[in-house]
Design a protein around this ligand. Structure first.
Ligand code: ATP
Ligand code: MG
Length: 399
């Protein structure tokens, strides 16, 4: 019997010096958390690969699936671990091809990362390919094989596999700092969160609900959205702010056509305060240029004017169809298309301003006690945590 392991590949492009060590440490820690309860043993690094031991072979599929959800993983293979002996490698190769489904053609892709192993990759390809052909009667096809057998020779061991899953790529959560994302139960903002955590940011979300002027369905949906992103281990916490009364106040005291922009400006101010006590360095929204009337360059500028930290919009250049495709892949689309009352549509004017200026917004806010409103929002806020090993919660409570 051979030991089994998940062999994790990541893209090394752009990883240099200290960055690289931090990347690998973070990815190893995230992988350790991802496979908790599924396998025993430590994650180790060999020759720019991370190795996750698979201690119960019948859980191999679960271990692979958990790893394939982790940002930073390019792909992961379900490997047999063998000694660097030709006979052992061939025995493992036969087991691995027998794991594969029905197939007619195959290819061998051998690689050696250890220079102290004498046989070249090409010689391994030929030797192992010959043996598989002889033992199984299947044909070699190097261009479009039904099955590929990967053989990797590293320091002290060889890994042999036919089963491989793609990961999301990107960077491990935790290497790029922390952001506060405005998360609605719509289609876009969950995708925006996903794109940020795929770039290595820990995401803390804030959701504004229309409560008490709507029910709390949007809150439940946002929590379910966070749960469906949970296997990526990157969305750490969701704050919920009951926003309905504050919107009502805006609707009573400010010009109707500015309501949407003023709601958004208030949301951003609250989010920025959360960022301050969370130690987050940027805000994130799911806006895409021109998608709806409020998402014009003028309105974006009018909203950004209230924030002192960067407001990132990872979807700004994406089409709705592209966003929907991603939402389906990450599993949030079904939730995002459930009917719910969105706080933005509360007290909606008939014709929202599409080109609001900062001066107009400031004049529109003249009768509002903005500081008190932000304080009210923070006072009514609740929170729920999700799994994110890279998350460092704030020490104190917010002011
Ligand atoms: P989404 O699908 O993300 O709701 P959208 O296309 O419906 O986006 P808007 O409703 O105009 O666009 O919202 C633009 C952005 O403002 C959202 O992507 C989100 O980041 C933020 N936002 C809007 N409503 C809320 C809310 N209720 N709570 C938190 N953030 C919100
Ligand atoms: Mg929306």
């Amino acid at each position: 019997m051979f030991e089994r392991a998940a062999l994790v590949h990541y893209h090394e492009i752009g990883l240099k010096g200290r960055n690289r060590a931090a990347f690998e440490r973070r990815l190893a820690a995230n992988l350790t958390a991802a496979v908790e309860g599924l396998t025993d043993g430590r994650v180790t690094r060999i020759a720019s690969r991370l190795i996750v031991p698979v201690s119960h072979s019948r859980r191999a599929g679960d271990v692979l699936a958990a790893i394939a959800r982790i940002p930073g993983v390019a792909h992961v293979s379900d490997a047999y671990v063998t000694a660097r002996e030709p006979v052992e490698m061939e025995r493992a190769a036969l087991l691995a091809v027998r794991d594969a489904d029905e197939f007619e053609t195959f290819a061998i892709e051998a690689r050696r990362s250890a220079t102290d192993y004498p046989e070249t990759s090409q010689a391994m390809n030929v030797r192992i390919g010959e043996m598989v052909r002889r033992e199984t009667g299947k044909r070699v096809d190097l261009t479009r094989p039904d099955v590929t057998l990967w053989v990797e020779v590293v320091q002290g061991a060889a890994y042999v596999a036919t089963r491989r899953m793609h990961g999301p790529g990107g960077l491990p959560v935790g290497v790029s700092g922390k952001v506060v994302a405005l998360l609605s139960a719509g289609i876009d903002s969950p995708v925006a969160c996903w794109r940020m955590l795929k770039r290595g940011a820990v995401v803390v979300a804030v959701h504004f609900s229309g409560v008490p002027h709507t029910n709390d369905l949007s809150v439940r949906l946002v929590h379910e959205i966070a749960e469906s992103l949970e296997p990526a281990l990157g969305l750490a916490r969701v704050y919920t702010v009951p926003f309905g009364d504050l919107q009502k106040e805006i609707s009573l005291l400010a010009p109707p056509d500015l309501r949407v922009v003023l709601y958004r400006r208030l949301m951003l101010r609250v989010a920025e305060r959360i960022a301050a006590f969370e130690g987050a360095e940027a805000l994130v929204t799911g806006e895409s240029l021109g998608q709806v009337a409020s998402q014009t360059l003028e309105n974006i500028a009018a909203v950004d004017a209230v924030a002192a930290i960067p407001v990132l919009r990872p979807l700004i250049g994406m089409d709705k169809l592209e966003i929907i495709a991603t939402a389906r892949v990450i599993g949030t689309y079904e939730l995002s298309t459930q009917q719910h009352a969105d706080c933005c549509t509360l007290f909606m004017p008939r014709t929202p301003h599409t080109h609001a200026t900062v001066a107009e917004c400031e004049a529109g806010e003249a009768d509002l006690d903005i500081e008190r409103m932000v304080a009210d929002a923070l006072a009514g806020m609740t929170q729920r945590d999700f799994r994110c090993p890279a998350y460092k919660p704030p020490k104190g409570q917010h002011a």
